[in-house]
Write a protein that binds this ligand. Sequence first.
Ligand code: PAF
Length: 286
Amino acid sequence: LFVDLEANLIKATSAEELDLLRKDFLRSGARIGFVPTMGALHAGHLSLIDLIAPKVDKVVVSIFVNPKQFGPKEDLNRYPRPLEQDLKLLASKNVAAVFLPRVEDLYPENFSTYVVNKRFSHVLCGATRQNHFEGVLTVVMKLFMMVRPQIAAFGKKDYQQLQLIKAMVRDFSLGIEIDEGEVVREESGLAMSSRNQYLAKEQKRVAATLYRSLQAARSESLKTRNKDNVVKAGKQVLASESELALEYFEVRRRDLEEFETEIDKPAVAMLAARLGDVRLIDCLEL
Ligand code: PAF
């Protein structure tokens, strides 16, 4: 284990080191709060740390760019990995330890057991990102088993991911409390994402219309309960942005079930769009 004394941040860089640390925490009766990340940390991640820190004795953050949740043509190789900067940010927060596993810590040779949600893994984002949610659920399950937290926090920006993780915790009786972080936005309304770094200035302006389209859907939902009208109002805002290729714009129940025509339960508007070769997602609870 490496302890950066100045920052008071413990770094566990293998499964064995994490195990030592966890046993140490266990001996002292500490409640563990966990924030799994893929690094390139921004205000959204930091808000998750702030959300659970008051409820636990030790916050553990993991940084692992999970190859199993990227498709063959996706951005695994160029995904940002500013480790030094991430560690500085974590040291400035109420974080006890950071887990920086190697691929072999997560996926030993002959790894062959996966977690899949048979209802919702292949809709919305899962329709175009075929094995994405299988990769997400598998790595989150694995990290949960290694860290054994009492509480874990995930952002609502990845709404489908959050709902699938909650379903996994329920279905497998994991007994972990899942805390939900609100979407953190830039001044323009653009939802914070590690992938925003890929965007050029003009693209950022275009990307900000995504939030405006969700707001338009929300305004419409205050006037009508008709799902199609709400979706139409949202899509209309995006119609003038020819650079944006909309993948989907949907209004669903918050548990991801579909509405027939009437929005008669708490709902969420969700979208994914491509801007050049950058894929962006966003959502807004109605
Ligand atoms: O949201 C993310 O950053 C990732 O999907 C997660 C939950 C850390 C799993 O790799």
